[in-house]
Design a protein around this ligand. Structure first.
Ligand code: CS2
Length: 487
């Protein structure tokens, strides 16, 4: 089968780009070219290029693996995006990515791309664990492997913060001026977090650079949303069937998409609003809504669903017991939110449950279960702390915590083992082992992981009692039994 390329004559089943890609130069560097980027920011940029033109094509950067570059570069960045709905699939050829750089192969090329005067915006999707956030202080975690490496070798970075600072330093030295760094990861106030990490890192190297960054660089926050599972053999087969070409870079996603961006850019930007992006003064209410209702419930469904034997989110949410627990958690999370302009939260909740049930998307519970310690704080623990403060009932969140703690044991009710896949696995494993099957010991061992629980929850006896009793039920009755008991 011929491989997809810039000159492929794609059949009518695939929507072609509404612009001539080669007529547009690059203006964005994107770090973390995973499936999510290819189903989200790259698609908004593709639409913006068609609607309003401009030199906004994307230079992608992979921080670790060479796989994405190997798939995309021979295709001049082209790939097929399949949108899956229960009513059927649709496909689109995306052409906004120009090329992908592999950072470990050539770190200097990444620094040069960020320092290029043509680069106006650097967007980021490196997942929560990529940044090196010290959860206790909110600042830079100097023990994070990439951060520690990059502080010692600022000219040869390996991590996202190190690369940003090296690129910015080159811009300052060359008198080029600043740019916009737009974080698109699922973190609250993600622009503020990124600004703080970058500035703290820069201050370690050169105070003057830190001041220059504060003056010259903008860090808008943004809320991103589109459920995008990892590509599988079926994604590639369908891309081939629809387009007539082999495409190992193909991705699949759901129809829904949302991007809310703080309108705070250093210079011009693509017309992302032409693809539906919303520019606002304050993203925080939208971020909280999405993190607490969508991601918080997603995590609960991932842990409880996986242990109850459900392979995908759609299966999990079609389990009537889990459906009720998902709805209960969303209702509880909604009470912790500030008003969200223009959003009807009841309709949002119903829409989320419908999105989760989409059987055309096989989003694995095991995929979402990974990196729990990086996800729990903003998804579950923050709304629980808020609920406690408001005097509400924290049980829905306690159930999610208990499900995560039970999941940390690494063995299913049937005795099957699985890998935890959490950056703090080395801390979790010995604690779980020492606690055995004692619910109180398990709670104490995991809730005391450094920086995980916010101080407001750490010594809260009501929360402890609630999670411990749920854990006891989980250990005694199994996940399916505990779900039934909650209903
Ligand atoms: C999921 C998210 O993997 C996860 O942790 O909760 O990737 C989720 O699918 C996206 O945030 C949806 O926008």
């Amino acid at each position: 089968m011929t491989r997809l390329s810039a000159t492929s004559r794609i059949g009518p089943a695939v929507t072609a780009p509404g612009y001539e890609p080669r007529s547009h130069a690059t203006g964005i560097v994107h770090i973390g070219v995973g499936a999510f980027h290819k189903a989200h920011q790259a698609v908004y940029t593709d639409s913006a290029l068609a609607a309003a033109g401009g030199d906004w094509r994307i230079i992608g950067v992979s921080l670790r693996s060479a796989d994405v570059a190997a798939a995309l570069n021979p295709q001049e960045g082209r790939y097929i995006l399949i949108t899956r709905d229960e009513a059927g699939d649709s496909a689109q050829l995306i052409s906004s990515i120009d090329r992908v750089l592999v950072a470990p192969d050539d770190p200097q090329a990444v620094i040069e791309a960020i320092a290029d005067p043509a680069t106006k915006i650097v967007t980021l999707t490196v997942t929560e664990k990529g940044y090196g956030i010290d959860r206790a202080s909110g600042g830079l975690d100097r023990s994070h492997a990439a951060v520690a490496h990059d502080l010692a070798n600022p000219e040869k970075p390996v991590g996202v913060i190190g690369f940003l600072v090296a690129g910015l330093s080159a811009r300052m030295e060359r008198g080029i001026g600043g740019l916009t760094i737009l974080c698109c990861d699922n973190l609250p106030e993600n622009g503020h977090i990124t600004a703080r990490l970058v500035t703290e890192f820069a201050a370690q190297i050169d105070e003057k650079l830190a001041t220059w960054i504060s003056d010259e660089v903008r860090f808008p926050s943004s809320m991103v949303d589109r459920i995008t599972p990892a590509s599988t053999a079926r994604t590639f087969e369908d891309a081939q069937r629809l387009s007539g070409y082999a495409d190992e870079a193909a991705v699949e996603t759901e129809p829904f998409t949302q991007w809310v961006i703080e309108d705070n850019f250093r210079a011009e930007r693509p017309a992302w609003e032409s693809a539906g992006a919303l520019f606002v003064d304050d993203v925080a209410p939208y971020e909280q809504m999405k993190l607490r209702l969508l991601n918080g419930t997603h995590s609960m469904l991932a842990y409880a669903g996986y242990l109850a034997g459900h392979e995908t989110i759609s299966e999990a949410v079609r389990d009537t017991g889990l459906h009720a627990l998902a709805e209960r958690q969303m209702i509880a999370a909604a009470t912790t939110l500030p008003p969200v302009p223009g959003i009807d939260l009841d309709a949002y909740r119903a829409q989320l449950l419908a999105r989760f049930s989409n059987r055309a998307i096989r989003h694995l519970t095991y995929q979402i279960a990974m990196d729990g310690t990086e996800k729990l704080p903003q998804r579950i623990l923050a709304p629980l702390a808020e609920t406690v403060k408001l005097g509400g009932d924290g049980t829905p969140f306690c159930f999610a915590i208990a499900a995560w703690m039970r999941y940390c044991m690494g063995v299913s009710d049937k005795g099957e083992t699985y890998a935890l896949r959490d950056p703090r696995e080395h801390l979790i494993a010995p604690r779980v082992e020492a606690a055995g099957r004692d619910p109180a010991l398990l709670y104490d061992a995991l809730s005391s992981l450094p920086g995980l629980f916010p101080p407001a929850l750490a010594g809260n006896e009501t929360v402890r009692a609630c999670v411990v009793s749920l854990l006891a039920s989980l250990l005694e009755n199994g996940m399916a039994g505990a779900i039934a008991q909650q209903n």
